[in-house]
Design a protein around this ligand. Sequence first.
Ligand code: CP
Length: 332
Amino acid sequence: MSAITQPSRPDVAQVSALPNRWHLLGLEGKNRGEILSIVESAVGFREVLERDIKKVPALRGKTIVNLFLESSTRTRTSFEIAGKILSADTINIGSSDSSVTKGETVLDTAAVLEAMNPDVIVVRHSASGVPGMLAKLLKRSAIVNAGDGLHEHPSQALLDLVTIRESFGKITGLTIGIVGDVRHSRVARSNAYAHLALGNQVRFIGPPTLVPHDLSAAYSGAIPVFHSLKEGIAGCDIVMCLRMQLERMDEHFVPHLEEYSKEYGVSERMLRAYAPHAKVMHPGPANRGIEVSSEVLDGPRSLFHLQVKNGVATRMAILFHAVNGLSATVRN
Ligand code: CP
């Protein structure tokens, strides 16, 4: 009996990388032009969200896996909505419903997913560097960092820029005070890289335990550190509050949250006195009454909900470029 000849089947590892694959791992090292092109694409997509039928065919036939191995409300939901509006097929995997709970490594999990040939894998993980590792080791899928440990949260900083552009009519010539738990904040890191690339003034404000002086060295000394809230926010166009990342603190960085709030909680009284024209941003989720008062968060100077809204258009832009390359032009 003659042997049955199997048709040759390309091994996943042999499949060549997609020609236009573009990873978004972080904003460190990104230049002004790259950042502006993503922001402009997001602005182009914003109009789609106002339509009766929120659907464009830009990613029809493409597959996006949202691999969220750390909890998320905004980022996960907006990446899913963004993919669906672009007509991509989107699949969501969380830590509790993945085989990671059975001991599979994140790399094996991602390789399994890549064998099913998705165009993009969006990944959130509590360990810094996981998206970068996947981008190096996987051959086909574009990797998008949806937040990795203490490292970066690039899509958050990009949606912040889209929000600033909408609110101020510009994204340069601004002074941004980033207040609070800078030490543990991937949002602070991505925003700092983005604003420095755009030529904006950035300040870090908080107690020495959460904003050590040597943090400035990580940005070539370009970011002054303030341990006084009123001195730090004086003259700021934007006060960006950071969540106290209690889950990332393995020691006591502040004596008591109430004490912290008295010194560094952003209140309307403080803003009126020292930064009367400032807008306030917060990436969420917020600890109301700790890093920011409800009066500020729900008040007229708050961009909190606009940030969430712009998250969808921004993530549409990121997914579009992940599939088509950064030089592709958005046409709705
Ligand atoms: N800002 C942010 O990343 O929020 P989620 O954790 O809800 O995604």
